[in-house]
Design a protein around this ligand. Sequence first.
Ligand code: 5RP
Length: 252
Amino acid sequence: FITSDKSSTEISLASINLTQDDLKRIAAYKAVEFVQSGMVLGLGTGSTAKHAVDRIGELLRQGKLENIVGIPTSKKTQEQALSLGIPLSDLDSHPVIDLSIDGADEVDPDLNLVKGRGGSLLREKMIEGASKKFVVIVDESKMVKHIGGSRLALPVEIVPFCWRFTAEKLRGLLEGYGCEANLRLGEKGKPFVTDNGNYIVDLVNVEKDMGDLGLVSDAILRLPGVVEHGMFLDMASTVIIAGELGVKIKNK
Ligand code: 5RP
């Protein structure tokens, strides 16, 4: 059943045994209900967004959607979308996007997000920031009281040039919050390289509440060497949360 009030809607899934991946798929499919023919769509990255891209491909194949243009947030999503026959373009040709759908690593009660565990935070922020509507899809494990808390890292994309210098500046900046700054490693212990040729530093053990997130965001962005960080403040229009007990839709 579905219950709804002005700012949220709930759909009950009680008594069905669901895996975390089922929950991700349910959230993703629900988000794709917002998609209409003729839309320019931001296509997110990650295991949840992948379900949304699959679903869009399926609806196009079935002729239930037409004239969609996808703007992928990563090379991986680009490959997936191409394999599904979704027509693609970019922000240069489509500076205004109708709707973006993407996952998140953390969501707070004000719908602020942490993103970037998949390493695509820069393109995600550019594309989702250019969207008239940004729908975030998560399973309930992603809901937190304060983003950037100790459960997960806050990713920061930095230029490779003298990355230790930048990482140390980041650590120093958030020292008061008990922060460590770890270079993200990829295959064979080599630095993980983003689609933009940059590195990622994961800020871990940031304390439960960083206070004014806007101030922290500005301070991080002011550091030379920093390209972007994974806090998405005041960007989500809607968050679709799939949990054991149902689907909840929260609107900004
Ligand atoms: C990639 C992201 C992802 O959307 C985020 O990490 C969530 O991923 P998943 O859906 O696999 O849990 O921000 O940069």
